[in-house]
Design a binder for this molecule. Structure first.
Ligand code: NAD
Ligand code: TDX
Length: 346
């Protein structure tokens, strides 16, 4: 396999590169990453020793660069992890989400369309395209009803992947995973933000009433699912949900983190809600499970291991939380924390 993974310096990409490099089938592994605020080259330092591995700093929306790279490396498999991924940032400014998530995906599709010997384009998508799931679990056939600009950009990209499979016969497949957690996640997302804030005795800003639910999956289980999907015969833009089937309200996640770190509940601050905040995500992953994949990590055990990782990797997240991150944090949370309360908001 001559594999191109985009977004390898981000959270899931970094974990997936490690997963793939442990496989003998991988003859060549190239990762392209623009190193935006979310990309961290330090994650990849230890991979450079592997002669199969190559890092390229580039924009997936750069047509010439992507076409040249796919040609030069004779890529036959592409896993598209690169994206702008934070919902709150997409509410503040949606343009980078259109450029990277929509245009970038189209550029990658064009770069591999019609390539002799090209085997699989795997689009790493998200449960957020379904919007809030009031009850039950969304199967792959549920309609897309994205709530945030981020989710809308991912839904648009999924549509293009399916169009390329249908119109041009590009061998493509889409995974839609639920919320991931684990090592190397940027501390703007709920779990790493709350763990690192709690470690520093800083407030934990819970949105709204704190009862929104997310369907958590450990990133290793997601990586195993991506690898598994690459081996399936699916090539016509089929969708596979990826979930451990474990929804947890944000308040319960927060309580668990505080307990694991032995920090007081008084750190919790209820702040103004995210606009358009999806109440609940819950996926039905039985289509993928029937093909032989299943998640291995339980949430309590996986969260404890994740908390331990952040405790042991303070230099990693202290570096990430400096500089521009401080401005981001003040813009996103400054006023909200000054106007916060110890009790849930109705
Ligand atoms: P992340 O924000 O941690 O990493 C994204 C990476 O993409 C970064 O390294 C960044 O530098 C890179 N990048 C951004 N724009 C780029 C561009 N124009 N060109 C090249 N590289 C660029 O994101 P993540 O959590 O690792 O998510 C990876 C993928 O998985 C995304 O497509 C996301 O939509 C999807 N996903 C994430 C989750 C989750 O819970 N984190 C759940 C489901 C799906
Ligand atoms: O400070 C916070 N306070 C809070 O209450 C943050 C950052 C989040 N939250 C809530 C909002 C959500 O209900 O926690 C929940 C999780 O929020 P995020 O970590 O921002 O993730 P979410 O919006 O659910 O989206 C994530 O899962 C799907 C990823 O960011 C997406 O990239 C992925 O596609």
């Amino acid at each position: 396999m001559r594999l191109l993974v985009t977004g390898g310096a981000g959270f899931i990409g970094t974990n997936f590169l490690r997963y793939a490099l442990a496989r003998d089938e991988v003859e060549r592994l190239v990762t392209v990453d623009l190193l935006t605020y979310a990309g961290n080259y330090a994650n990849l330092n230890d991979l450079e020793a592997d002669p199969r591995f190559r890092f390229v700093r580039a924009d997936i929306a750069d047509r010439e660069a992507m076409t040249a790279l796919v040609d030069a490396e004779a890529i036959d498999t592409l896993v598209n992890c690169a994206a702008e991924t934070h919902v709150d940032r997409s509410i503040a400014d949606h343009w980078p989400f259109v450029t990277t998530n929509v245009d970038g995906t189209l550029v990658l599709l064009e770069a591999v369309r019609g390539r002799a010997g090209f085997r699989r384009f795997l689009q790493v998508s998200t449960d957020e395209v379904f919007g809030s799931i009031p009850a039950g679990r969304a199967t792959e056939d549920w309609p897309s009803r994205p709530s945030s600009p981020y989710a809308a950009s991912k839904a648009a990209a999924d549509g293009f992947v399916q169009a390329y499979a249908t119109t041009y016969g590009l061998p493509a497949v889409i995974t839609r995973s639920s919320n991931n957690y684990g090592p190397y996640q940027f501390p703007e997302k709920l779990i790493p933000l709350f763990v690192t804030n709690a470690l520093d005795g800083q407030p934990l800003p819970l949105y709204g009433d704190g009862l929104n639910e997310r369907d958590w999956i450990h990133v290793e289980d997601h990586c195993a699912a991506l690898w598994h999907v690459l081996g399936l015969p699916a090539t016509r833009g089929e969708v596979f949900n990826v979930s451990a089937g474990r929804e947890v309200p944000n308040r319960a996640v927060t309580d668990l983190i505080l307990r694991l770190l032995d920090r007081p509940p008084s750190l919790v601050r209820y702040v103004a809600d995210r606009p358009g905040h999806d109440r609940r995500y819950a996926l039905d992953a039985s289509r993928l499970r029937k093909t032989g994949w299943e998640p291995r990590r339980g949430f309590e055990e996986g969260l404890a291991a994740t908390v331990a990782w952040y405790r042991e990797h303070r230099p990693w997240w202290e570096a990430v939380k400096s500089g521009a991150y401080r401005d981001y944090y003040e813009t996103m949370y400054g006023d909200r924390l000054r106007d916060s309360s110890a009790a849930p908001r109705s």
